[in-house]
Design a protein around this ligand. Sequence first.
Ligand SMILES: [Zn+2]
Length: 434
Amino acid sequence: MKLDKYSVGTGDRFAHQAKAQLQACIQALDSGVEIIPVWNKSNREHTIIGSEPSSVRQAADAAVKTLGWKHSYFCDADHITIETVGRFMDACDFFTIDVADYIGQPAAAADIDAFVKRHPELLGKIRLEGVDETFEITEGTLRQTAQKFLVAVKKAGEVYRKVENAKGAGNFVPEVSMDETDRAQSPVELLIILSAIADEGIPVQTIAPKFSGRFNKGVDYVGDVAQFDREFALDVAAIAYAVKHFGLPENLKLSVHSGSDKFSIYPGIHAAMKRFGVGVHLKTAGTTWLEELIGLAEAGGDGLALAKEIYAEAFAHREELCGPYATVIDIDPARLPSPDEVRGWTSEQYTSALRHVREAKTYNNSLRQLLHVGFKVAARMGRRYLDLLEANEAIIARNVTENLYDRHIVPVFLGGQEVNRDSLARMRRKAGNQ
Ligand SMILES: [Zn+2]
C-alpha cells in the first residue's frame, strides 16, 4: 500500500463531512492534480467525542462510494502509541506512530556505540542534492543525536511491528511523528533519525518532524517564515538523501501536522515541492468542525442560536477546554468577546469573526482558537447538534469544501494564493443560485 505524492489529512470530528471533504479532492482532480484524502482521528479525539475508529472508516467508505472516487484513500490512526493502537487495527490502513514522548530518554551506551559504528558514512561532510548547504556531522553530533532519539526510534519500531503482525507488511502506510515535543528537530537531526528508522526496519512513508515556529491550531504560522522555508527545503533534501542511501521507500515525504491555516508558509512549501519534484502530506484536521459552526451561523435561526450557545459554553469552560491543548494555542483573553455581546450578533458578525480571512478586520483569532478546542461542547449536546448539522447539510458542506479547497489545496498543491471569497461574493452567489 503506497501513499501517492500529494495527500491531505482531513479530520471529521462528528463524522458528517466526509463527502464535503472528498468534494475538495474532486475539485483538485478537475484542476489536474490528484490529491489523496486521508481521514485522520486521534485517540484523544475519539475519547473526547465518544466515537470509535470504525465510524471514520464507514464515513470514508460511504463518501467514496457516493461520489464515485476512483483513487486511493486512507483512514489514519492518528498519533497512536503502543498502548492505544489496538482499537485502530481493523478500521485503519495508515498509522501515525507518535514517539514524541520518548525523545530525550537517554539511549543505552552500547546502542549508541553500535549506531555510530554502523554509520561511518554520516561522519564528515554530506553534500545534499539541490541545496547549497552541506551538512557537517562530527562524531560528537552523531552521538548526541543518537543519545536523544534512539529510544524514540526503537519505540516506533515496536509499534510498527505490532501493526505489521496484525495487518501484514505492506498492507498499511506507516508514519513516524515527532512533532508534539518542545524543541524543533533540525534537518541534520532529521537525517540521522531517518538512518535510525531505516536500521529499525520501518518502511516509513511519511515523517512528521517538529518544525521551528508555532503551529497553533487553526490559525496562521507564527515564526520566521524565511527560516522555515530554508529549513523545509533542507528537510526535503535530507529525505531525498535518506531514500537514496538508507533504502527507505521512494515515496517517503514530509508530513506537516497542524498544517491547517498556515497561509504564510504555504508558498514556501509549494516552492520546495516544485523545486525538488516531491510531494507532501498536509494534515488539516480540526478546521472542518469550525466550518460546521460557520455553516450553522450562516444558516441563521436555530443554527445561529446554537453557534452562539456553543461559544457561550466554550467561554465559560475555557480553562478546561484549553488545558489539553495548552502548547498549541495562544489565546488572548482580552480579545474574547463576552457571550452577551456574541448573543447580539448577526450571522455575518459571527461568521466574519470566525472565518479565517487574514485581511478581514473582523477576523478574531482568539475566538477562533477557543472554538477550535470547543468541540467537546458540541459533543456533549449530542443529537441536538447532529440534528442541526443534518438540517443544514448543504450550507455546511459548501463551507467545508471551500475551506479545504480554496484555503488549503489551492495554495499548497496548486501554487495559488489562498482564496477568500468575501461575504459579498458569497451573498451574490447565494442570490444568483436562488
Ligand atoms: Zn501531530
